[in-house]
Design a protein around this ligand. Structure first.
Ligand code: NAD
Length: 345
């Protein structure tokens, strides 16, 4: 395994490998950048096939968090942690406490939170051995970030349809949502309330059927969603939803969703632009959850202030789309450049 010559190594400030024989912990924490503040990012627990795969994931995800927090204007840097383990089989309180001790050894330079494979309940166990934990909930409100993420994607979509379709409302807008889990289902409800017509898909057919019935939405198969006759495609399942072959088949003129790392490779941004499809940079659209976690760290938490901050995603995207148009660039490159201006100073 190489680190400094790894293709995803991007001047990360610190990469810590931690192991604990008693609990079976094997973990990596990557701190990408702390110039704007401590590095906040979730803890992913996943049965990676190799150490190399885990390193690749943590390097990419921690870098993404720096960009996300910078564009959400948060006083935070970017970091991420991974545990190489199957969350359904290997997740024990001992393992989580050992992870807490590893987080604690970084003295607050890295703050952990939930991510795929880890839950709010797990964060409470981790909090037994470190205070550097976010997403524990606040004043009786659940720590689940997904309602805030969904709200942020909704705001992002307002900007995207204005710039991509010249529309100021969602009435009759046709939106295809790929993945109706925590974020996708809430996004679907908000869009339905705003008058959009939905086409939904998920690999979980039962959950999909129930949601579709309650929202009078059409359903399609996961394979066919890219070709759905819609105005907006909203990837809300896993990463790399936008491959070259998917982009070739898209009928939507706007892409705006919650999934992280939607572009299968950076050149896909050019392909989208060449096809005249407006792509909403994922880490800008899906920052609602991290914005709320950042507010939980403040002493003056107010829900209306959190929601106003999340609504600011629309303004940030207005700026990105406008600059992309002026510079004849793609929105992803513009977002990256804007983020770098903010975290490099
Ligand atoms: P989730 O696991 O609750 O939902 C994902 C859904 O996608 C599930 O219902 C799953 O069955 C479905 N799915 C998986 N593979 C699919 C496929 N090939 N086709 C169609 N559906 C498929 O996850 P979530 O919390 O809703 O997050 C969704 C995405 O948004 C993830 O990429 C996540 O990283 C990203 N994200 C989430 C948050 C958050 O606050 N939860 C914040 C930022 C980014």
């Amino acid at each position: 395994m190489t680190v400094f010559s790894h293709p995803d190594f991007d001047h990360h400030q610190r990469i810590v490998f931690g192991a604990d024989a008693a609990s079976g912990l094997r973990a990596i924490i990557a701190i990408h950048n702390t110039r704007r503040g401590p590095a906040l990012g979730g803890l992913r627990i996943y049965p990676y096939a190799s150490d190399d795969e885990a390193l690749t994931d943590v390097l990419r995800l921690s870098r993404g968090m720096t960009y996300k927090s910078a564009l959400a204007d948060l006083p935070l840097g970017g970091g991420k942690a991974v545990i190489i383990a199957d969350p359904r089989r290997d997740k024990t309180p001992e393992l989580l406490r050992a992870m807490g001790r590893l987080v604690d050894s970084l003295n607050g330079d890295y703050i952990t939170a939930e991510d795929s494979g880890s839950s709010e309940a797990d964060m409470r166990v981790i909090a037994e051995t470190t205070e550097h934990v976010g997403g524990l909930g606040h004043d009786g409100v659940s720590g689940d970030p997904s309602p805030f993420t969904a709200k942020g994607v909704f705001c992002a979509m307002r900007s995207a349809v204005r710039h991509g379709l010249g529309r100021d409302d969602f009435d009759g807008l046709r939106v295809g949502i790929q993945g109706v889990g925590h974020v996708g289902a809430q996004l679907a409800r908000q869009l339905h309330e705003a008058g959009a017509r939905l086409i939904l898909t998920d690999v979980d057919r039962d959950a999909l059927g129930q949601l579709a019935a309650s929202l009078e939405a059409d359903i399609t198969t996961p394979e066919a969603i890219a070709e759905a006759d819609v105005d907006v495609f909203a990837p809300c399942a896993m990463g790399a939803a936008l491959s070259a072959s998917v982009v070739e088949r898209l009928k939507a003129r706007v892409v705006c969703g919650a999934a992280n790392n939607q572009l299968a490779s950076p050149d896909i941004a050019d392909l989208l632009k060449a096809r005249g499809i407006l792509y909403t940079p994922d880490y800008v659209a899906n920052a609602g959850g991290v914005i709320e976690i950042a507010w939980q760290r403040r002493h003056d938490y107010r829900r209306d202030a959190v929601m106003a901050h999340i609504a600011g995603i629309e303004t940030t995207l207005d700026e990105i789309f406008e600059r992309a148009r002026r510079e004849d660039s793609d929105p992803n490159s513009v977002a990256d450049a804007l983020a770098r201006e903010r975290f490099r100073g």
